[in-house]
Design a protein around this ligand. Structure first.
Ligand code: ADP
Ligand code: MG
Length: 255
């Protein structure tokens, strides 16, 4: 299943948040969305997931999700959103129970997604016993458990320290390489965008409009921190965002 956004725009009362967003999310691609704070990135993700309807344009699903997909559009949030009183396995089984999957069938899925996120052996751990990076891996495992057609990731690494973020980027590349998933990946971190994105959509400050879509052809598994070509792309992204971010920041200070 692919996604197509056609002229998506939105206004809350008299504030226009997004304008004329047209883009494709092809199957198997990670499409990163970057833009200054408040430009409408999370709002756009809510429209894609169907949690809210835009006042203009539409989000189309092209083709059908895989038959075994329990939840075609699944979110991964910055704050992990784990239930503290449930174990790692318990947090994942919860979303399966919602779909009537229990016992051995659930165990097989849980074992599989924990193996894919390198969490085998941590089934019984409680979230408070885990580092931030592990918590986010649990949240990613939980998202994978419902076999989404598209993962909607809202700043998934932004709550983590920079070293953990590096490790998680490696993990995501490994996960994608072993079995490519489709994602819309919102971040304000340009290093993440150039490591993980097949394409990077640069939004202007509010109302968020597409300034440019940057494509990266280098395979994910060949990208390393510090690669000259990636740094070049990152510089280009920053040149697009710098003034936008500055103006957005001044606007916030002005109230
Ligand atoms: P980002 O994720 O890019 O930082 P958001 O999508 O969260 O930005 O928000 C974009 C703008 O829309 C912000 O100015 C925010 O205050 C406004 N906004 C978001 N949700 C609502 C809402 N439910 N009602 C009114 N304004 C909102
Ligand atoms: Mg946001």
């Amino acid at each position: 299943m692919d996604l197509r956004l056609q002229g998506v725009g939105h206004s809350y009362d008299d504030v226009t948040v997004l304008k004329d967003i047209t883009l494709d999310v092809p199957r198997g691609h990670i499409v990163c969305i970057v833009g200054p704070s408040g430009c409408g990135k999370s709002t756009l993700l809510r429209f894609i997931g169907g949690l809210e309807q835009p006042t203009e344009g539409k989000v189309l699903q092209i083709g059908t999700p895989p038959a075994d997909s329990l939840n075609p559009l699944t979110y991964v949030f910055q704050d992990f959103a784990l239930l503290p009183w449930r174990s790692v396995a318990g947090n994942i089984s919860l979303v399966l129970e919602d779909h009537g999957i229990r016992d051995q069938a659930a165990k097989e899925i849980i074992d599989d997604v924990l193996a894919r996120t390198n969490l085998t052996g941590f089934e019984k751990a409680l979230p408070k016993q885990l580092s931030g990076g592990m918590k986010q891996r649990v949240a990613i495992a939980r998202a994978l458990a419902v076999r989404p057609a598209v993962m909607l990731m809202d700043e998934p690494l932004s709550a983590l320290d920079s070293q953990t973020r590096e490790l998680l980027m490696d993990d995501l590349v490994g996960l994608w390489t072993r079995s490519p998933f489709t994602a819309v990946y919102v971040t304000h971190n340009l290093a993440e965008a150039v490591r993980l994105g097949h394409s990077i959509v640069v939004l202007s400050r509010r109302p968020g409009k597409i300034r440019e879509i940057v494509t990266l052809d280098k395979p994910l598994q060949d990208r390393q921190m510090g690669d000259a070509d990636l740094e070049e792309k990152q510089k280009h992204l920053w040149s697009l965002l710098r003034e936008e971010a500055r103006t957005a920041d001044t606007e916030l200070l002005d109230g």
